[in-house]
Design a protein around this ligand. Structure first.
Ligand code: RUB
Length: 307
């Protein structure tokens, strides 16, 4: 796929999930660099920058994509010739993709320690990191059951339910508004993240914050699974996370309700740190209040504040 095609696939959600879009973005820049036939280094750099902008314009909320593209182009400014720049982009992209896949596996191992045989787990949307935890616990022989929310309007929960059923994990599907009713039958909640802000707030699929509130009310631990590249250096610089609002046609069909009715389709929300028990990362389980430390330690290269 060309860089343009990858951007289109991310925009239209053929490629989706914060980890997947980050890896797809990194690979798109790598493929572009490998296929670059020009002889002018400045033109090459400009086109890479343009490709980065195009990829970043696809979906605004997941910081994973920005972190991935920053990592892939790290050091590009100082490159003096085309070969050197091409090799740098390829090595950076390969390094990012391989680290990010290892991170998902490590999150599975670390996050599953908390799960005991007989636990009933609830998850929302379709998160590779959360599924890694659940799958790890199951492969360790723990007899678990998983409840999955439908996750309107894209219904990513159906994908999650298919993946769990394929692996032989007992799975129940519920509609999003049933969460409060079924919470009495749940022991642990595991969700993924698109972005973790420096104040520990987690931005994830719309409805996540309601689930966190309900879990809090029922004293059920609410655990977030997030690779360190889901943490946002931009929030340290004072930027607010932009919540993507998608087309109303994803919710109602043309003519289904009067045109005068306004339709909003925000697809992510923010869960404050107070409602989060812990965040499982590839460098260990942390309190949401340690988000700033993770940003400084793991993503430190992006941290220089300029006046
Ligand atoms: C997906 C979503 C997922 C996170 C984490 O939203 O909110 O929970 O991206 O996923 P969308 P992962 O379907 O709109 O992209 O753990 O796979 O990165």
């Amino acid at each position: 796929m060309s860089l343009r095609e990858v951007a289109h696939s991310i925009r239209t959600m053929e490629i989706r999930g914060a980890g997947e879009i980050a890896r797809a973005g990194a690979n798109a820049l790598k493929d572009f660099a490998q296929g670059y036939k020009g002889k002018d280094i400045d033109r090459f750099k400009n086109q890479l920058e343009g490709g980065k902008k195009l990829l970043l314009s696809t979906r605004p909320t997941a910081i994973s994509l920005w972190n991935a593209l920053q990592t892939v182009t790290k050091g590009a400014k100082d490159s003096k010739d085309i070969e050197e720049l091409r090799d740098l982009i390829v090595a950076n992209a390969d390094g990012f993709v391989s680290r990010s896949k290892d991170a998902v596996k490590m999150i599975g191992k670390v996050g599953s320690q908390r799960i005991k045989g007989g636990d009933r787990i609830l998850t929302h949307c379709n998160s590779k990191a959360a599924l890694s935890v659940i799958g790890h616990a199951f492969r360790d022989g723990k007899k678990i059951e998983v409840t999955v929310t439908e996750s309107r309007p894209w219904r990513q929960g159906l994908q999650t339910a298919k993946e769990l059923a394929r692996d032989g994990i007992p799975t129940t599907l519920i509609i999003d508004s049933a969460v409060r009713w079924v919470m009495k039958d749940i022991d642990l909640v595991y969700v993924g993240a698109d972005t973790v802000a420096s104040n520990g707030a987690v931005i994830n699929k719309i409805g996540t914050s309601q689930i966190a509130l309900i879990a809090h009310e029922a004293r059920v631990p609410f655990i977030v699974c997030a690779e360190t590249f889901k943490f946002s250096p931009k929030t340290v610089h004072g930027e607010l996370v932009q919540i993507e609002e998608r087309d109303p046609s994803e919710i109602v069909k043309e003519g289904e309700i009067p045109k005068s009715v306004r339709i909003r389709n925000p697809v992510f929300d923010a869960t404050p740190a107070d409602y989060i028990d812990s965040i499982v990362t590839e460098v260990g389980v942390i309190s949401p209040y340690a988000a700033y430390d993770i940003i400084v330690k793991e993503l430190g290269q992006e941290m220089d504040l300029e006046i």
